[in-house]
Ligand binder design. Structure first.
Ligand code: SF4
Length: 204
């Protein structure tokens, strides 16, 4: 089965959508993420199947510049709360909060200076978006042009799906040709966790 553990997040991140790759890269660069970034990323990680213990290990080791004491005081409770391990009754009964959909990420809490949450297709300038895509290996000029047009038309999902199809084009052709994947598995992605799930299935 899948090994969804703290030590594998770097590897798994190649299957993350751009919003989560951006959070992961910011976290690795700064050894820190601000509140909404932590929330968006923690819920996504929960959604890919990272359990609470592993998620705590992940954040503790990623916040490498702070002491255990600071981590325990300032961050541990929040991660547990997000998983529904502590907090109000309804939060606990519901197993914590639900991973954010694209709709939510695109429309709520736009990132301010120094924040890395949100959707890069929407919240980045075209130059920063192009640079980020190139950094994660999307260098094809036609794809980058397509993304630019999608963004100009505010079709952010289309840009994200365009990149998904480009990154997985060989695998998608195979499952289409041999009929393993039907129409429903090839529908437009509207949730970051669906992006991961499909990418992971195609690559493994
Ligand atoms: Fe993430 Fe959705 Fe934006 Fe894609 S469209 S980068 S999955 S928020």
């Amino acid at each position: 089965g899948a090994d969804i553990s703290a030590r594998n997040i770097d590897t798994l991140s190649s299957s993350f959508p751009l919003c989560m790759q951006n959070l992961h890269r910011s976290l690795r660069r700064d050894a820190h993420l601000k509140h909404f970034g932590r929330l968006q990323y923690t819920l996504f990680l929960k959604g890919i199947g990272l359990n609470l213990e592993e998620c705590l290990v992940f954040w503790r080791s990623s916040f490498s510049k702070i002491t255990d004491d600071t981590f325990n005081k300032e961050y541990r409770y929040n991660v547990r709360h997000t998983y529904g391990d502590v907090g109000g009754d309804s939060n606990r009964r519901g197993g914590g909060y639900t991973p954010f959909s694209c709709q939510k990420i695109l429309t709520e809490h736009p990132p301010g200076p120094g924040e890395a949450h949100g959707c890069p297709y929407r919240h980045f300038s075209i130059d920063n978006l192009t640079a980020l895509l190139q950094n994660v290996g999307v260098k094809d000029q036609e794809v980058l042009r397509g993304v630019k047009e999608d963004k100009e038309k505010t079709k952010f999902h289309l840009a994200c799906n365009r990149v998904f199809e480009y990154v997985h084009k060989q695998e998608i052709k195979k499952v289409r040709d041999d009929g393993t994947w039907g129409a429903s598995q090839l529908e437009t992605i509207v949730h970051p966790n669906e992006y991961f799930k499909r990418s992971y299935m195609l690559k493994n």
